[in-house]
Design a protein around this ligand. Structure first.
Ligand code: ZN
Length: 297
């Protein structure tokens, strides 16, 4: 993703910087007897004897570090890609039990439309957390050129039901869909895990394999970007396969859930309630998605 653009820009900047060093060295080292081949003129470096020394023309064209970056915008790497972001739960779910407990078809059974979600001991609701992280992921992916479809954009509503959340990703023909959650696990349990769908004939058979790849990419990016440990109370090595989640069973596009930490654990909760951590989490999630989408071509 952006690292590619930055590498290109930095490469030009290094060449430009070397030009400055060369000019300084040539200009000062000979006691006035050596004519500098480059001067820092208004607008940047200018070559005095173009073509005579075999220096690539890009050096002459690079006017300054800043200009080199702004003058060489690499195309956003996620241009043309579609990502569905599903912030789990909703702030109104808890006060609307009849709507939320209504059973919906999840392909291999029936399950409640949605749940209220977890909350930290201090009362920070999972629904508020997932929307905050989801919006950050949305912002980052849009900056990279992706179209981002959100299943909800406010935290004062009810639902949508899990089957509708899956349908939103399907209708968008998303290249990847990620449902963002924070777990309500045992208070002694720490860490994050990524859930991918079991291959189910007629349901997830086609998306199970790419979904697992998305899970592995997300796990790696979350490992690197957040320092949150892999869950020690569920799954295996930060991954879990499940066949009981409607949001996965009904998806026709590669999809995973990421349980970004355990709201019931005091150490995890201290991170989840910190906006700086949420920004790191969002960057990591966006990086994992970008890696998957780029690999998928
Ligand atoms: Zn949840």
């Amino acid at each position: 993703m952006r690292r590619r653009a930055l590498l290109v820009a930095c490469g030009i900047a290094v060449v430009a910087a070397l030009g400055v060093v060369a000019a300084v060295a040539l200009g000062s080292g000979g006691g006035g007897s050596v004519t500098p081949r480059y001067v820092v003129a208004t607008g940047g470096l200018q070559r005095l004897d173009p073509g005579a020394d075999g220096v690539p023309a890009t050096v002459a064209a690079a006017t300054s570090t800043d200009a080199a970056i702004t003058a060489s915008p690499a195309a956003p790497t996620l241009a043309g890609k579609v990502v569905a972001i599903d912030p789990g739960h909703n702030g109104g779910n808890g006060s609307h039990p009849s709507q939320i407990n209504r059973l919906v078809d999840i392909g291999n059974g029936r399950k409640a439309c949605d749940t209220a979600g977890a909350e930290t001991a201090s009362g920070y609701a999972e629904s508020a957390y997932t929307l905050d992280v989801g919006r950050r992921v949305q912002r980052i992916l849009k900056q990279e050129g992706a179209k981002v479809v959100m299943t909800r954009t406010t935290d004062d509503g009810v639902g949508p039901c899990i089957n509708v959340r899956a349908e939103i990703g399907n209708r968008a023909h998303a290249d990847a869909a990620v449902s963002i959650h924070a777990d309500g696990g045992p208070t002694s349990g720490r860490g994050f895990h990524v859930i991918y769908p079991t291959p189910l004939r007629g349901l997830t058979a086609a998306i199970a394999r790419p979904s697992r790849r998305l899970a592995v990419d997300l796990r790696g990016a979350y490992d690197q970007g957040t320092g949150m440990p892999r869950a020690d109370y569920v799954g295996h090595d930060g991954l879990d396969e499940r066949s009981d989640l409607g949001g996965l069973n009904l998806s026709k596009v590669p999809k995973v859930f990421i349980e970004t930490g355990n709201m019931n654990n005091a150490t995890d909760a201290a991170k989840l309630t910190d906006a700086r951590f949420r920004e790191r989490a969002a960057k990591a999630i966006a990086a994992g998605i970008a890696r998957f989408v780029e690999e998928s071509g």
